[in-house]
Design a protein around this ligand. Sequence first.
Ligand code: KG4
Ligand code: ZN
Length: 367
Amino acid sequence: VPVLAAIETSFDETGLALCDAAGRIRQSLLTSQAATHAPYRGVVPELAARTHLSDLPQLWRQLDPGLRRQISAIGVTAAPGLPGSLLAGISFARGLALACGCPLYPLDHLHGHIFSPFMPVAPPAGAPQQDAAEIMAAIPFPHLALIISGGHTELFLVRSVGEIEILGATLDDAVGELLDKVSALLGLGYPGGAQLELLARGSGALDAEARYHGPWTLPVPMRGSGDLNFSYSGLKTAVVRAVRSAGQSSAPLDPPAQADLVAALFSVICDSLWLKLSTALELYGLRTFTVSGGVAINGFIRTRLALEAQRSGYRAHFPQPRHCLDNAEMMAWLLCLRLLALVPEHDGFPLWGPGRGAGKVEAAARR
Ligand code: KG4
Ligand code: ZN
């Protein structure tokens, strides 16, 4: 039985996953470098690369030897990401491919996120599990894909496994970056999104659709921009101003007021995401969209976008929470789909070189 291996080291997670030809995950290992970077309050690129280099052989040794012997193809995240982190994964993957005598496929990290909502889920007891070919045949092409993470806020038109076109992107901060910065401003930890979600759950100002009803007014970014781009730095400034002016005029924001402000923030983020999603769906005449990436774990965003979709007759697909944050399972699934779809080995992006995503790399390095 052929086994596919995927390596993911684009940022600060080291992932190694094996799946079979039907796309079922056979073994998956993931280590977070959060504790390594915590003292620096942000990811240190040099340290991330070196940690990947030392973690990868350790993960490899933890793989089941029987499965390891059956590996017939290897995929590695080649872009976009931190250059040193990517190079660590690519170098390791090249060595493995030589040792195992199997082909090496460069994979686009964003394509991993884009297809993560379609990963096989465990069927109810007794029911057969769908395999990759069945799932792929059922994926509605073309569809719209929104990626929201710490480094990305991007909208794609997905025509097939190999044909993906970018329609819009953030002009400045990514949604996750906004959340991480607001979290830091309020003295909460990293990653910020999870902390802020917890805080906003304590506010009574959000209704069941994650719409805010309260005293704060925050602007919906890019409302009248007439395009499919996003922008979140203005919203960050608005939150900073709200926090500072409260601190100057009276007492600094107490926890309930903070919770209220963050509730307003999530509501406006939902508004802005749905604004661009619905515009793109209409413009391109699409019925289906996906939302993936680390911020897609968020309960408010999932609830709002799912309800808006339902109301307008669209189909919304979200990944399982374990497949939202960076992981190698989604890359193994992408490799499986690409092999099934016979997408050529080197589909236009360089395995190494300045190439695409350079701006995002810099953005990630600055975080
Ligand atoms: O996809 P990911 O692991 O890394 C990038 O490719 O950037 O996403 C990380 C982002 C961080 O900005 C983090 O704050 C955000 O995901 N995040 C959340 C939640 N948990 C993590 N955002 C909103 N709600 C959450 N519960
Ligand atoms: Zn990612």
